[in-house]
Design a protein around this ligand. Sequence first.
Ligand SMILES: Nc1ncnc2c1ncn2[C@@H]1O[C@H](COP(=O)(O)OP(=O)(O)OP(=O)(O)O)[C@@H](O)[C@H]1O
Length: 226
Amino acid sequence: MFMTLCLDIRKKLANFTLDLSLVCPAGSLTAIVGPSGAGKSTLIRIISGLERPDHGTVSLDGVLWNDTCNNLCIPPQDRGVGLVFQEYTLFPHLTVRKNVAFAAVDKDCVQELLVRFGVDHIAERRPAGISGGERQRVAFCQALARKPALLLLDEPFSALDVATRTNLRGELKKIKEILNIPVIHVTHDLEEAFYLADDICVVEEGRLAPQWLERQKNLRAVQLSQ
Ligand SMILES: Nc1ncnc2c1ncn2[C@@H]1O[C@H](COP(=O)(O)OP(=O)(O)OP(=O)(O)O)[C@@H](O)[C@H]1O
């Protein structure tokens, strides 16, 4: 059975209701694009368990994380999610190596991740002593050290210079194949979405744009028949 993220949620926001159904299979990257304020980050927070939907379900591999009918909400720490945000979220008092080791399920993977993301040479420095691009590389190491069942990326490259961004995109594309878990990637950059994504969902005022909705329905039908 392939690990698949399925969600069907509603949540009332300030100016509209977020109303989304989405299927993201293992090994595939779904890019979420759309105008500012469309509800993309709220969606990420709901999937990660940082926010609750008003109605609906979120499940991974058939295991329910949210089910509002049964008042079920699995806390974020029990969802096995790897998160990378636009702003890096490293502990300032820990070295790069310790930041990654802190998150690691298996300490043996730490050095391998540091090498893969090209930050092994700065492993003994603290976040304040490295560049923004390097910090974001470490954030990826940290997220993957958790051996996540799902990777959630909220504009992870938007604060980076073009060269670092291009390099990290390439790394993400390779890693996506190896990890074989669902990846949800919020971005404003359409070129990035076309380069990385297996599926692109356009969200406008909390809803999927119609042409993508049809594709998601077909994907769901295939998943249910497996
Ligand atoms: N908990 C909440 N309750 C009510 N409204 C909210 C809540 N969280 C966010 N909003 C509103 O919902 C809308 C969507 O916000 P969100 O941050 O998800 O958008 P976004 O698509 O990620 O935007 P951006 O691309 O600018 O980051 C915004 O208008 C925001 O003000």
